[in-house]
Design a protein around this ligand. Structure first.
Ligand SMILES: [Zn+2]
Length: 189
């Protein structure tokens, strides 16, 4: 009897991808990164951003801002400022935080995903890949988790997942207390 009750209150939940959260994270990160880069260039003496004479010092400054903003914060905290405000986190195939080499390599792919293609490559690969990975995620075997919308299998109530809830593999519905099972990293089977 009690076994039957547990079965009734446990089921596979349906997840919807975190696309809008990721869009806002990208927007915040690129805005801050380019803002900080321009501030950095002025700090080292660049007089105007319209009459650019790019020196080695300018390049070093931009690369330094880039390393600090993206790979370093992702390695230390698992999230950039944009990811933090959007409730996202980047993890590896084990659901663990990524090391510096992986964070660095992953962000190098941003050049193709965002900077040189205005986000077109990121958009297409995220929309059409099986687990909503953009090019950088696929190349480095990483996943951006958190912000998915979960529909309770039992009562259909919808709520947004935190990264850790996604990794837990199951979550109790705050509405009906049914236990929703989720595949920690795969969006679609
Ligand atoms: Zn429910």
């Amino acid at each position: 009897m009690s076994n039957e009750k547990i079965t009734l209150h446990r089921g596979l939940a349906e997840l919807k991808p975190n696309l809008s959260a990721r869009f806002w994270a990208m927007f915040v990160d690129l805005f801050l990164f380019y803002g900080l880069s321009i501030a950095g260039l002025f700090l080292i003496g660049q007089k105007s951003i319209t009459s650019f004479e790019i020196s080695i010092l300018d390049c070093v400054t931009m690369v330094a801002v880039w390393i600090l903003y993206f790979p370093v914060t992702e390695f230390l905290f698992g999230q950039t400022i944009g990811y933090k405000v959007s409730g996202l986190k980047v993890v590896d195939t084990q659901g663990k935080e990524i090391d510096f080499t992986k964070a660095f390599t992953r962000r190098l792919y941003d050049l193709i995903d965002f900077h040189f293609t205005l986000g077109v490559v990121a958009l297409i690969t995220t929309l059409f890949s099986k687990n909503n990975q953009r090019l950088a995620d696929m190349a480095t075997n990483t996943f951006v988790i958190g912000g998915e919308s979960l529909s309770c299998f039992s009562c259909n109530e919808t709520f947004i997942l935190e990264p850790n809830e996604r990794l837990n593999g199951h979550i109790e519905c705050p509405n009906c207390q049914a236990e929703n099972e989720i595949d920690p990293l795969k969006m679609h089977s």
